[in-house]
Design a binder for this molecule. Structure first.
Ligand code: ADP
Length: 472
């Protein structure tokens, strides 16, 4: 089978969150049984030299609304299956979707153009493709174009990684992207309260929709999690599938991760401690043997950062250490920055730092993940792989991948063990943290769960098979 996999970010070239991870690791697994062509924009930030990305001397123009946009194709010198598309409007920015003033004002043109360019490249190079797999709103318009303007025969699979981001723009995008008002500007398709909604178009025009966990697939059909598209999803649920994400077991591997101080695995679990001692000293945290709790993630309400902020003022008095790494909304960046060096047992870093994140996973005993909603979540899986215990809100993919340690009579080899809380408030979150401290004090039991988590299979092996079924 030949699959075209398109994403606005792919690790290691560009990554803003879980989408980048998935767009790397899912195709890598699928490549074992299929031909997979990946497509992403060649942003200015992509290190062309490091990854041997060179011009293919293949260019073409896309004319939209009377303006010609030149697209240049780039590829790696040693790989014919990875395509990078360059256009200055799309690519020459300091980051992917926004800067510190907010979202870029022309994202509808940037990603509309990217979507056109994906189809044009496939047609002009005469790639034989059976399935086009698109991801999130940034590539959702591929489905609309495939089914309307281009009348393509390929099947379209659309994955929703996070329904909160829909790509809603002024309806003038209709003209800017040369789309048919009559065909597309309808309330069950692309129109959304007299605007346009890219994600909605993806839902309508694709042949199959997947989202990143079975629980999230159910949740998004309810008003609490549907972000106003619940009825649209109910109407299209005959083609909706929930498939849990995996993580790359090559990239997230404590036995050879170059970023961490001391390699370890489940047979040498005691070596993990060396990572905590070294990091705690480096961060000037008191008593390095204390349990270390970490938070890593985007600073947005979704990730429960308000809960984290409230709890820090309580956790300062606990005999634990806490390290927070995150980056996001300008407001939250400011609030967290004010807490730097405020409490001796709490380390805060505002920014995006892949290497530091790995050091934290390798050192941590517990991961704090009080997400208000979580389509899948990768951090809890990474934490398990690095021998720690996640503390999670019981929602979305967190519910599917973490079982509370007090209910472990039900646990199987496949499910990770952690601490969960269902009612979303500070009391139950702090209750979960207190349970964690108590569990840690019974070292034998704690280590049993931590080691169990290291042997849980959260790789793509199983889920990639589920995707193959959907493609077929
Ligand atoms: P998201 O909703 O952001 O996609 P996921 O849990 O699916 O959340 O994936 C988050 C990924 O991004 C994980 O690999 C996590 O370690 C990483 N990550 C998030 N924030 C940061 C940061 N500030 N620095 C380094 N890595 C980060």
């Amino acid at each position: 089978m030949n699959i075209l996999f398109a994403s606005s970010e792919i690790f290691p070239y560009a990554k803003s969150g879980g989408l980048g991870d998935v767009a790397h690791s899912l195709p890598a697994e699928l490549k074992k049984v299929a031909n997979v062509y990946t497509f992403m924009p060649l942003y200015a930030s992509v290190d062309r030299l490091k990854y041997n990305i060179c011009s293919s001397n293949f260019s073409f123009n896309i004319s939209l609304n009377g303006i010609a946009h030149k697209i240049d194709l780039y590829q790696k010198t040693d790989n014919d299956f990875e395509f990078f598309l360059y256009n200055p409007v799309l690519c020459d920015r300091e980051s992917l979707y926004n800067d510190h003033y907010g979202e870029f004002g022309d994202n509808q043109l940037r990603f509309g153009l990217f979507s056109y360019a994906i189809i044009e490249t496939m047609l002009r190079l005469k790639l034989k493709i059976d399935v086009i797999h698109i991801n999130d709103w940034q590539t959702a318009i591929v489905a609309l174009l495939a089914k309307t303007k281009y009348s393509l025969g390929q099947k379209i699979v659309f994955t929703i990684h996070n329904l909160a981001y829909q790509g809603i723009f002024h309806k003038s995008a209709m003209n800017e992207l040369d789309l048919s008002w009559e065909e597309c500007f309808k309330s069950d398709r692309f129109e959304y309260f007299d605007q346009v909604n890219f994600l909605k178009a993806g839902i309508f025009y694709s042949d199959a929709i997947t989202t990143v966990s079975p629980t999230y697939a159910l949740e998004i059909q309810t008003p609490s999690y549907g972000h106003t598209l619940e009825n649209m999803l109910i109407a299209n649920n005959h083609k909706l599938h929930g498939i849990i994400n995996g993580i790359s077991y090559d990239i997230f591997n404590p036995s050879n991760d170059k970023n961490i101080y001391k390699h370890f695995d489940k047979h040498n679990y005691d070596l993990k401690l060396k990572n905590k001692i070294k990091l705690s000293k480096e961060l000037n945290l008191p008593e390095p043997h204390r349990p270390l709790f970490i938070f890593i993630g985007r600073f947005t309400p979704q990730k429960g950062v308000d809960m984290i902020l409230q709890s820090l003022h309580l956790l300062k008095d606990f005999e634990i250490n806490v390290a927070v790494l995150g980056n996001g909304d300008k407001y939250y960046n400011g609030v967290f920055a004010k807490l730097i060096n405020k409490y001796p047992n709490i380390h805060i870093k505002v920014g995006y730092d892949e290497g530091f994140a790995r050091k934290l996973y390798a050192a941590a005993d517990f991961l704090l993940m009080p997400s208000m909603f979580e389509p899948c979540g990768l951090n809890q899986m990474i934490m398990m792989r690095y021998g720690g215990v996640p503390i999670v809100a019981k929602t979305g993919g967190l519910k599917d991948s973490v079982i509370d340690y007090t209910e472990t009579e039900h646990y199987t080899k496949e499910v990770g063990v952690g601490i969960t809380f269902e009612e979303y408030n500070l009391f139950w979150y702090m209750h979960a943290v207190t349970k964690a401290v108590s569990l840690y004090s019974r070292q034998k039991k704690y280590i049993k769960f931590a080691k169990h988590n290291m042997s849980v299979d959260n790789s793509w092996k199983h889920s990639a098979k589920e995707y193959m079924k959907v493609y077929r």
